[in-house]
Design a protein around this ligand. Sequence first.
Ligand code: ADQ
Length: 740
Amino acid sequence: MRFLVRLLGGIWLATLVVSAGFAYLEVREERERQIENLKRRATLVGAAVAEASERLVTRGARTGYERVLTRFGTPERGLAIYDAFGGVLGATADVRPFLGPLSPLVSDAIRSNEPVAGFQNVAGRLTWVHVVPVQQDERAAGAAAVLLDAQYLDSGEWDLWRRTAVRMGVLMLLVTGITWALVRWSVTRPIARIAEWTKQMKAGRPVAPPPDADESLFGSLASEVTGLARTLARARSAAEQEARLRLAGESVWTEERLKQFVEMRFGRRPVFVVSNREPVSHVRDGRVVREQEPASGLVTALGPIMQACGGVWVAHGSGNADREVGERIGLPSADPAYTLRRVWLSDEEEAGYYYGFANEGLWPLCHIVHERPRFRAADWGHYRAVNERFAKALLQEMEAVEAPIVLVQDYHFALLPRLVKEARPDARVALFWHIPWPNFEAVGICPWQSDILLGMLGADLVGFHTQFYCNNFLETVERAIEGRIEWDRFTVVRGQHTTHVRPFPISVAPDLGAAARPADRAAALAAFGVTGEFIGVGVERVDYTKGLPERIRALRRFFERWPEYRRRLTFIQIASPSRSRIARYQAVQEETREMVRALNADLGERGWQPIVYRERHHDRREIYGFYRLADFCMVTSLHDGMNLVAKEFVAARDDDDGVLILSRFAGASHELPDALLVNPYDVEDVASTIHRAVGLPVEERRDRMSHMRRQVREHNIYGWAGLLLDELARIPRVTDRRVA
Ligand code: ADQ
């Protein structure tokens, strides 16, 4: 209310000053115009009276003036004629009694022989008096005075002021009414709603901001409050989770524990991550720029760690609107916890380093899927140059940080650990290899095997998903380059430098159930045009290592062997096109689409398709929603470092239901023996496992799922990061920053 009074007070004052100012100017102008008019009229009449009375005055006649006075006099215009001494020779009757005060003007006119004029009070009324000399031989022989009533000037001015006051009053009333209504509709009410909304958020009930809040007025407030509420909600859920775990006496890693742990071990030192894939890319969609999280296991795993620890994530800026948004940005954008530093690559560099050496060379080299690796000298040149470019960006970012912690990710940056360590011996560098490490004979076909190994051994710690990959790596090093392998400690010693090699099975957040709240199953399925009593789901980047054609073949075989499941079972395949510039990837995309089309054409019936194929990037919540809907999830990788889809499916099932069909060639199979393990190359085996999955008794389903859930909860992503960072912290710190 006080705000409204202040606002109105201001508006009133402004209205008053402006209206009064303009009224004053108007009055002045009008008065000047009227005076001019009076002057003109009096001058004309004065000249005429002087001329008509000239003969009488110059003769010294005492009478005979009546005719002149009658001719020129009117009720509003008095006249008087004087002799050379100011004596009255004649005057109209209405002014005759009041001529006394005019004497000084008359004397002035006769003396100066010039007309004299001015306002006089005559009979209590404002009067304009104009006196002209009556001349004889150019000397004043007398004078004629014209008296014009000017009383109307004063009353006209008052009228004008009165009208102005009324106008001002009406204006103020209107302004007051409109301002009051506007403030109420656009400010007071929305603020009250925002306050109510904030209260709801504070109470932990996340609701959408009120729709009637003016974007330009409250947009930034709304987004700030949303960010605040999100932080609050996260903190609250972390605290609740901690309390629950404490009560249950469990010592499971959580986001909060990881944060505390990093602080305890490293102080408030930021973490530096380097990966090819950025955690968020910006994509232009018509006139708007959207944020997109890539379909990548690595990003799924590292996002929560950076949110917990803060720091800088160096990655390739690959979104088509990344440059518009910026080279350094805070993430997550709603509530920034760390910085993304983008490195720009030319098309040629990307083709050589990423598509060429990394994905046509190292990827098939490390995955045993009978795809021949292609090693080209030009690609290797780009790979080296890009590793150097990333090292430079990283060194720039950590310039001001003593003994920085660096987590290098994956096969795109095998050379980076050595480059960083040479420039900053005080940095503690870990390299995590997210894909398998094959046996030494397989690695031996890479012409630059030694450079790759020496680059990797620049790290203080090299991590793989399983002990088996660690053993393969140590054996490769033993056979390929000089160095001492300490098999009992799993280290490689070269000169003064020791590299520790350890398994860290990657995982997911312990409970994705909250993010995957079950939708109404029937409604959700209807929205996708899916019918069926049983739902299976698969979630993949389209990659030849993921065994998509093998899965479709197995589904066909399943429907052939158990036709009673036709119309009753639908398989939803979510697929994200990947590395599509590479011919082999185009081929597997084509092959998958064609196999889905053929199966649907051969077995599909009106109103039912065996496979619903959704080939596009999906939002995480959408994917978790599918996990929750499904009766079973299929992971049929031909070879896979770990496979996060398997663990996500388990983490999303807080209903303890659902069956996981898992390839025995995925790293995840070592940790999830309660999944139904399959050999994806064996079509009959996979088909009968699908049949077993849909017929599995509910008790067995629950037993298996709850065992798997315990495993994923106890070995979650925060544990992965915590153990990796713990191992890194144990490595003795080099205090000298200078190059050794
Ligand atoms: P990837 O080969 O990328 O990872 P994976 O572990 O299966 O594979 O993770 C894929 C991720 O992408 C999952 O989080 C999944 O939800 C997401 N995803 C898949 N399809 C998607 C779509 N259409 N839209 C959106 N998201 C999608 C590599 C190794 C793996 C290892 C991880 C982590 O190959 O073996 O598990 O790194 O180390």
